[in-house]
Design a protein around this ligand. Structure first.
Ligand code: SAH
Length: 222
Protein backbone atom coordinates (compact mmCIF):
# COMPACT_ATOMS: atom_id res chain seq x y z
CA UNK A 1 0.00 0.00 0.00
CA UNK A 2 1.49 3.35 -1.01
CA UNK A 3 2.58 5.76 1.70
CA UNK A 4 1.49 8.85 -0.12
CA UNK A 5 -0.98 10.54 2.15
CA UNK A 6 1.11 12.81 4.39
CA UNK A 7 -0.41 16.16 5.30
CA UNK A 8 0.46 19.25 7.30
CA UNK A 9 -2.59 18.93 9.56
CA UNK A 10 -4.80 16.10 10.78
CA UNK A 11 -7.56 17.27 8.43
CA UNK A 12 -5.21 17.29 5.44
CA UNK A 13 -3.89 13.82 6.31
CA UNK A 14 -7.45 12.43 6.43
CA UNK A 15 -8.41 14.31 3.24
CA UNK A 16 -5.49 12.68 1.41
CA UNK A 17 -6.44 9.21 2.65
CA UNK A 18 -9.92 9.93 1.30
CA UNK A 19 -8.69 11.21 -2.06
CA UNK A 20 -6.43 8.16 -2.42
CA UNK A 21 -9.46 5.89 -1.92
CA UNK A 22 -7.97 4.37 1.24
CA UNK A 23 -10.92 5.75 3.18
CA UNK A 24 -14.34 5.31 1.63
CA UNK A 25 -16.70 5.63 4.57
CA UNK A 26 -17.90 9.09 5.60
CA UNK A 27 -18.49 7.82 9.12
CA UNK A 28 -14.88 6.65 9.36
CA UNK A 29 -13.61 9.87 7.81
CA UNK A 30 -15.39 11.87 10.52
CA UNK A 31 -14.06 9.58 13.24
CA UNK A 32 -10.48 9.98 11.99
CA UNK A 33 -10.92 13.75 11.72
CA UNK A 34 -12.05 13.87 15.32
CA UNK A 35 -8.92 12.12 16.63
CA UNK A 36 -5.81 14.31 16.33
CA UNK A 37 -2.87 11.96 15.64
CA UNK A 38 -0.50 14.53 17.22
CA UNK A 39 -1.99 13.65 20.61
CA UNK A 40 -0.79 10.06 20.25
CA UNK A 41 2.88 10.89 19.67
CA UNK A 42 5.43 12.43 22.02
CA UNK A 43 5.43 16.26 21.72
CA UNK A 44 9.01 16.02 20.41
CA UNK A 45 7.64 14.03 17.44
CA UNK A 46 4.94 16.56 16.62
CA UNK A 47 6.54 17.46 13.29
CA UNK A 48 5.88 13.95 11.95
CA UNK A 49 2.38 13.53 13.40
CA UNK A 50 0.71 13.84 9.99
CA UNK A 51 3.23 11.80 8.02
CA UNK A 52 1.79 8.63 6.52
CA UNK A 53 4.31 6.29 8.15
CA UNK A 54 4.72 4.43 11.44
CA UNK A 55 6.53 6.34 14.20
CA UNK A 56 8.25 5.25 17.40
CA UNK A 57 6.26 5.53 20.63
CA UNK A 58 9.10 4.04 22.73
CA UNK A 59 9.63 0.57 24.23
CA UNK A 60 10.29 -0.82 20.75
CA UNK A 61 6.71 -0.10 19.69
CA UNK A 62 5.34 2.09 16.91
CA UNK A 63 2.11 3.86 16.17
CA UNK A 64 1.01 2.29 12.89
CA UNK A 65 0.89 4.31 9.68
CA UNK A 66 -2.36 6.24 9.07
CA UNK A 67 -3.13 4.23 5.90
CA UNK A 68 -2.91 1.01 7.98
CA UNK A 69 -5.24 2.40 10.64
CA UNK A 70 -7.63 3.41 7.86
CA UNK A 71 -7.44 -0.05 6.22
CA UNK A 72 -8.05 -1.83 9.52
CA UNK A 73 -11.14 0.25 10.30
CA UNK A 74 -12.46 -0.03 6.73
CA UNK A 75 -12.32 -3.83 6.92
CA UNK A 76 -13.92 -3.95 10.38
CA UNK A 77 -16.49 -1.22 9.71
CA UNK A 78 -19.64 -3.38 9.62
CA UNK A 79 -18.69 -4.52 13.12
CA UNK A 80 -17.89 -1.03 14.39
CA UNK A 81 -21.49 0.15 14.50
CA UNK A 82 -22.86 2.29 17.33
CA UNK A 83 -23.33 0.16 20.45
CA UNK A 84 -20.92 -2.59 19.41
CA UNK A 85 -18.07 -3.97 21.51
CA UNK A 86 -14.47 -4.03 20.31
CA UNK A 87 -11.13 -5.48 21.47
CA UNK A 88 -7.86 -3.87 20.31
CA UNK A 89 -4.89 -6.16 20.99
CA UNK A 90 -1.56 -4.29 21.16
CA UNK A 91 -3.18 -0.92 21.69
CA UNK A 92 0.15 0.95 21.90
CA UNK A 93 -0.45 4.69 21.57
CA UNK A 94 -4.22 4.33 22.02
CA UNK A 95 -4.89 6.07 18.68
CA UNK A 96 -7.00 3.26 17.22
CA UNK A 97 -8.88 2.81 20.50
CA UNK A 98 -9.91 6.46 20.18
CA UNK A 99 -10.99 6.13 16.53
CA UNK A 100 -12.93 2.91 17.12
CA UNK A 101 -14.56 4.44 20.18
CA UNK A 102 -15.71 7.38 18.04
CA UNK A 103 -17.34 4.81 15.72
CA UNK A 104 -19.12 2.68 18.34
CA UNK A 105 -20.26 5.67 20.46
CA UNK A 106 -22.04 4.12 23.45
CA UNK A 107 -20.54 0.72 22.74
CA UNK A 108 -17.20 -0.16 24.31
CA UNK A 109 -13.57 -0.53 23.27
CA UNK A 110 -11.07 -2.53 25.32
CA UNK A 111 -7.41 -1.82 24.51
CA UNK A 112 -4.95 -4.51 25.65
CA UNK A 113 -1.25 -3.76 25.87
CA UNK A 114 1.35 -5.87 27.68
CA UNK A 115 3.93 -3.11 28.29
CA UNK A 116 2.71 -1.21 31.38
CA UNK A 117 4.29 2.18 30.51
CA UNK A 118 2.60 2.01 27.08
CA UNK A 119 -0.74 1.20 28.65
CA UNK A 120 -0.30 4.30 30.85
CA UNK A 121 0.85 6.31 27.83
CA UNK A 122 -2.37 5.43 25.97
CA UNK A 123 -4.39 6.70 28.94
CA UNK A 124 -2.41 9.96 28.96
CA UNK A 125 -2.83 10.31 25.19
CA UNK A 126 -6.60 9.83 25.33
CA UNK A 127 -6.75 12.41 28.10
CA UNK A 128 -4.64 14.85 26.04
CA UNK A 129 -7.10 14.27 23.19
CA UNK A 130 -10.03 15.27 25.43
CA UNK A 131 -11.31 11.69 25.88
CA UNK A 132 -10.85 11.12 29.63
CA UNK A 133 -14.63 10.80 30.02
CA UNK A 134 -14.63 7.63 27.90
CA UNK A 135 -12.36 5.93 30.44
CA UNK A 136 -14.35 7.24 33.38
CA UNK A 137 -17.65 5.80 32.20
CA UNK A 138 -16.22 2.53 30.84
CA UNK A 139 -16.76 3.15 27.13
CA UNK A 140 -12.99 2.72 26.90
CA UNK A 141 -11.02 0.33 29.10
CA UNK A 142 -7.24 0.05 28.84
CA UNK A 143 -5.99 -3.23 30.23
CA UNK A 144 -2.37 -4.20 30.81
CA UNK A 145 -1.94 -7.88 29.93
CA UNK A 146 -1.24 -10.50 27.28
CA UNK A 147 -3.59 -9.72 24.42
CA UNK A 148 -3.21 -13.23 22.98
CA UNK A 149 -5.51 -14.40 25.78
CA UNK A 150 -8.09 -11.74 24.96
CA UNK A 151 -10.12 -10.18 27.75
CA UNK A 152 -12.97 -12.50 28.83
CA UNK A 153 -14.70 -10.06 31.25
CA UNK A 154 -16.09 -8.03 28.34
CA UNK A 155 -16.32 -10.75 25.68
CA UNK A 156 -17.81 -11.53 23.21
CA UNK A 157 -16.58 -8.82 20.84
CA UNK A 158 -18.22 -7.75 17.59
CA UNK A 159 -14.79 -6.71 16.27
CA UNK A 160 -11.24 -7.64 17.26
CA UNK A 161 -8.26 -5.71 15.90
CA UNK A 162 -4.79 -7.10 16.42
CA UNK A 163 -1.96 -4.59 15.99
CA UNK A 164 0.99 -7.02 16.03
CA UNK A 165 1.71 -10.18 14.04
CA UNK A 166 0.99 -13.60 15.52
CA UNK A 167 2.70 -16.78 14.24
CA UNK A 168 -0.78 -18.29 14.27
CA UNK A 169 -4.22 -17.00 15.21
CA UNK A 170 -4.64 -17.19 19.02
CA UNK A 171 -7.60 -19.51 19.69
CA UNK A 172 -8.76 -17.42 22.68
CA UNK A 173 -9.38 -14.50 20.31
CA UNK A 174 -11.48 -16.64 17.96
CA UNK A 175 -13.46 -17.91 20.95
CA UNK A 176 -14.10 -14.35 22.18
CA UNK A 177 -15.39 -13.20 18.78
CA UNK A 178 -19.16 -12.77 18.68
CA UNK A 179 -21.28 -14.74 16.19
CA UNK A 180 -21.44 -12.83 13.89
CA UNK A 181 -18.19 -10.95 14.34
CA UNK A 182 -14.96 -10.08 12.54
CA UNK A 183 -11.26 -10.03 13.40
CA UNK A 184 -8.45 -8.18 11.57
CA UNK A 185 -5.12 -9.84 12.38
CA UNK A 186 -1.64 -9.91 10.83
CA UNK A 187 -0.37 -13.51 10.77
CA UNK A 188 3.10 -14.87 10.02
CA UNK A 189 6.70 -14.51 11.06
CA UNK A 190 8.96 -13.70 8.08
CA UNK A 191 6.21 -13.35 5.50
CA UNK A 192 3.13 -11.80 7.02
CA UNK A 193 -0.38 -11.24 5.68
CA UNK A 194 -3.35 -9.60 7.26
CA UNK A 195 -6.30 -11.95 7.62
CA UNK A 196 -9.94 -11.14 8.01
CA UNK A 197 -11.52 -13.78 10.19
CA UNK A 198 -15.29 -13.93 10.04
CA UNK A 199 -17.50 -15.83 12.43
CA UNK A 200 -21.02 -16.16 11.05
CA UNK A 201 -24.26 -16.21 13.01
CA UNK A 202 -24.01 -20.01 13.30
CA UNK A 203 -20.46 -19.79 14.63
CA UNK A 204 -18.75 -20.99 11.42
CA UNK A 205 -15.29 -19.40 11.04
CA UNK A 206 -13.69 -18.43 7.71
CA UNK A 207 -10.27 -16.86 7.11
CA UNK A 208 -9.51 -14.56 4.16
CA UNK A 209 -6.01 -13.27 3.37
CA UNK A 210 -6.20 -9.54 2.58
CA UNK A 211 -2.68 -8.23 1.82
CA UNK A 212 1.00 -8.57 2.78
CA UNK A 213 2.28 -6.48 5.69
CA UNK A 214 5.20 -5.98 8.09
CA UNK A 215 4.09 -5.66 11.69
CA UNK A 216 6.07 -6.02 14.92
CA UNK A 217 5.45 -9.47 16.45
CA UNK A 218 3.03 -10.32 19.24
CA UNK A 219 5.43 -11.39 21.97
CA UNK A 220 5.72 -12.45 25.58
CA UNK A 221 5.84 -9.48 27.94
CA UNK A 222 9.47 -8.27 28.31
N1 SAH B 1 -1.89 -0.18 17.09
C1 SAH B 1 -1.02 0.52 18.03
C2 SAH B 1 0.31 -0.15 18.31
C3 SAH B 1 0.95 -1.00 17.28
S1 SAH B 1 2.56 -1.65 17.75
C4 SAH B 1 -0.79 1.93 17.54
O1 SAH B 1 -0.98 2.19 16.35
O2 SAH B 1 -0.39 2.77 18.34
C5 SAH B 1 2.08 -3.20 18.46
C6 SAH B 1 1.83 -3.15 19.94
O3 SAH B 1 1.55 -4.48 20.36
C7 SAH B 1 3.03 -2.70 20.79
O4 SAH B 1 2.65 -1.64 21.60
C8 SAH B 1 3.40 -3.95 21.60
O5 SAH B 1 3.89 -3.66 22.91
C9 SAH B 1 2.05 -4.66 21.66
N2 SAH B 1 2.12 -6.11 21.93
C10 SAH B 1 3.00 -7.01 21.44
N3 SAH B 1 2.74 -8.24 21.94
C11 SAH B 1 1.65 -8.11 22.76
C12 SAH B 1 0.92 -9.03 23.57
N4 SAH B 1 1.23 -10.34 23.64
N5 SAH B 1 -0.12 -8.54 24.28
C13 SAH B 1 -0.46 -7.23 24.24
N6 SAH B 1 0.22 -6.31 23.51
C14 SAH B 1 1.26 -6.75 22.77
Amino acid sequence: MAWRCSGSSNKELVDKLWQAGLLTSLRLREAMESVDRANYLAPSMAASAYTDSPQSIGHGATISAPHMHAAACQHLLDFLQPGMRVLDVGSGSGYLVAVMSALVHDGAVVGMEHIAPLSRLAKDNLQRDGRAGLMQDGRVELVCGDGRKGYPPRAPYDAIHVGAAAPEVPSALVEQLKAPGRMFIPVGTKDQSVYQIDKDAEGKVTMTALFGVRYVPLTDAP
